[in-house]
Write a protein that binds this ligand. Structure first.
Ligand SMILES: [Zn+2]
Length: 245
C-alpha cells in the first residue's frame, strides 16, 4: 500500500479485531511502512469506521439508539421516503444513470430477497442486480454470535501464491467468530489492465471510470463482498430471482 493511501485509511478505518485506531509504523525488516492497529500491532485486518448511516444500513442502529431503534428508524423511513429516493441512482459499473423502470425492478428484486432497498441493500452493476456489502451485513445483523470482518492487502508472498499479475491491487477479507478465524476468505483483485484500460468505443475515456478513480478501495470492497457472499446464504435465492427477472 502506498504511504498516502495508508494516511487516508487511518482516518476512514479502524482495527477489525478491537476497533482500535490505526497507525503507520516503519517495519525495518521489510524496509517499508505498514498500517497497524495502534493498540496491538499483531492484530489483523481493517474495517471501516461506521457512520450512523452505515450502522443503520447494516441493521445495527440499536447500538447507537438503544433497543428497538433500528426497527423504529425503518418504520419511519419506509413511511416518509419513497423507496426509490434513497437507492443508488447509477449503475455502479458503468456510472450510467438508471431509468425509473430499472429502479422499480431493482427495488422489487431487493424486497423479494428480504432486503431493504431504501437502505442501499441492492445495486445494479453492468446491468445486473446484486446485493451490496451493506445488504449482506444486514442479513448477518440478526445472528447471535457476532462476526468480525476485516480486510487487508495481500502480502508479497500471498500475491505469488494467488498468482496476482504485477501492478494489480489485491486484498483479502477474513472473518473471526468469538476470536477464532474462520477458514472462509474473500479475495478482491483489480488488475492494472482494468484500472488503466481505455474504453473501446471512446479511447479518450476510461473503460471502468469508477475502478480507475479508486482501484485500492474497489479491491478492498470486492474482497469483503466475496467473503460476505460466501458467509450469507443468499446466493441461491439471488440466482432464482435473477432468473425470473
Ligand atoms: Zn486492534
Amino acid at each position: 500500500m502506498e504511504y498516502d493511501e495508508m494516511k487516508t485509511m487511518v482516518k476512514t478505518h479502524c482495527c477489525a479485531q478491537c476497533s482500535g485506531a490505526l497507525t503507520i509504523v516503519w517495519n525495518g525488516d521489510a524496509g517499508e511502512h505498514v498500517l497497524v492497529c495502534g493498540i496491538d500491532h499483531s492484530h489483523q485486518g481493517y474495517t471501516e469506521i461506521g457512520t450512523f448511516s452505515t450502522q443503520l444500513a447494516r441493521g445495527k442502529a440499536d447500538e447507537r439508539l438503544g433497543k428497538g431503534g433500528q426497527s423504529e428508524m425503518e418504520k419511519q423511513l419506509a413511511k416518509t421516503k419513497h423507496p426509490l429516493s434513497t437507492m443508488p441512482k447509477v449503475d455502479l459499473g458503468t456510472n450510467k444513470e438508471l431509468s425509473e423502470q430499472q429502479l422499480i425492478a431493482l427495488n422489487a428484486w431487493g424486497v423479494s430477497l428480504g432486503l431493504k432497498p431504501y437502505l442501499g441493500h441492492v445495486c445494479l452493476y453492468y446491468g445486473k442486480p446484486y446485493t451490496t456489502v451493506d445488504g449482506y451485513y444486514y442479513r448477518l445483523a440478526g445472528n447471535k454470535t457476532e462476526l468480525r470482518i476485516g480486510t487487508r492487502p495481500l502480502t508479497k508472498l500471498e500475491k505469488e501464491y494467488y498468482q496476482i499479475p504485477a501492478g494489480s491491487y489485491a486484498w483479502l477479507a477474513e472473518a473471526w467468530q468469538n476470536g477464532v478465524e474462520l477458514p472462509t476468505t474473500g479475495l478482491g483483485v483489480v488488475t492494472k489492465e482494468e484500472f488503466e484500460g481505455k474504453s473501446e468505443k471512446n479511447t479518450e475515456q476510461w473503460r471502468a471510470p469508477v475502478v480507475h478513480a479508486h482501484p485500492q478501495r474497489m479491491a478492498e470492497k470486492r474482497a469483503e463482498w466475496q467473503l460476505l457472499r460466501k458467509l450469507v446464504p443468499l446466493e441461491e435465492v439471488e440466482k432464482a430471482a435473477q432468473g425470473v427477472k
